[in-house]
Design a protein around this ligand. Structure first.
Ligand code: HEC
Length: 195
């Protein structure tokens, strides 16, 4: 055996021994020693209960953040529908007290009745908001030609109702319309009212 071959043989033997010993050494490390070893190579040194606590706190923070976000995102919507419902209720009181005697209730009536029914059977929904406000506030200047002879025009309510009450009574009148009528009237308002 040449000298070079001998040296190579020795090196192979050493590296095999290293491999076997290394595995053995790693496997043989006791718990704390292994943890110390892991810490050295940058792994977590936390114990399992500590890690579970961290996970719970983290999930809690995520859940609270999500809940806060949901509440803040839907709060304006709730507030708007609550204030719309309150306005419609106020409008219903005004309507029953000051308008129903001539204009009737949510049902009945025909399109050519006089005074015109404000519900879905009438033609009130053909007028945009600004026209409804103007007639309620100032009255109509004269009875239209379809009115029966001697009929009186609509009297204005500007001395009896505040602008907020007029807005409320019109909001209530809209609750007597079908969704399609409401949608059509909203688009007339958008096209014709610029205040
Ligand atoms: C004394 C009866 C009488 C009372 C009470 C009355 N109205 Fe009228 N109203 C009329 C008559 C009549 C007309 C039709 C006038 C016209 O077309 O020129 C009319 C027309 C209207 C119109 C025009 C829209 C449409 O369909 O022609 C509106 C809006 C209206 N009234 C709202 C009200 C509101 C709101 C109240 C209650 C705050 C009210 N009216 C109370 C008699 C009345």
């Amino acid at each position: 055996m040449s000298a070079i071959a001998t040296i190579r043989h020795l090196l192979v033997v050493r590296s095999r021994a290293n491999a076997i010993f290394g595995v053995y050494r790693q496997g043989a490390l006791s718990g704390p020693a292994r943890r110390a070893e892991q810490t050295k190579v940058g792994q977590s040194d936390k114990t399992r209960p500590q890690r579970r606590l961290g996970f719970l706190i983290g999930s809690g923070v995520v859940a609270v953040t999500a809940a806060l976000w949901l509440v803040s995102a839907s709060l304006p919507g709730w507030a708007a529908s609550v204030s719309a419902a309150l306005q419609e209720r106020r409008g219903q009181e005004v309507y029953n007290a000051s308008c129903a005697s001539c204009h009737g209730g949510p049902t009945g009536g025909r399109i050519d009745d006089y005074p015109p029914p404000h519900n879905a059977n009438g033609h009130t929904w053909h007028h945009p908001d600004c026209a409804l406000v103007r007639v309620t506030r100032d009255g109509s200047s004269g009875a239209p030609e379809y009115a029966p002879p001697g009929a009186i025009p609509m009297q204005g309510f500007k001395d009896k109702l505040s602008p907020a009450d007029i807005a409320a009574v019109i909001a209530f009148i809209k609750t007597m319309w079908t969704p399609a009528q409401r949608q059509a009237q909203a688009s007339f308002t958008k096209d014709m009212c610029f205040e």
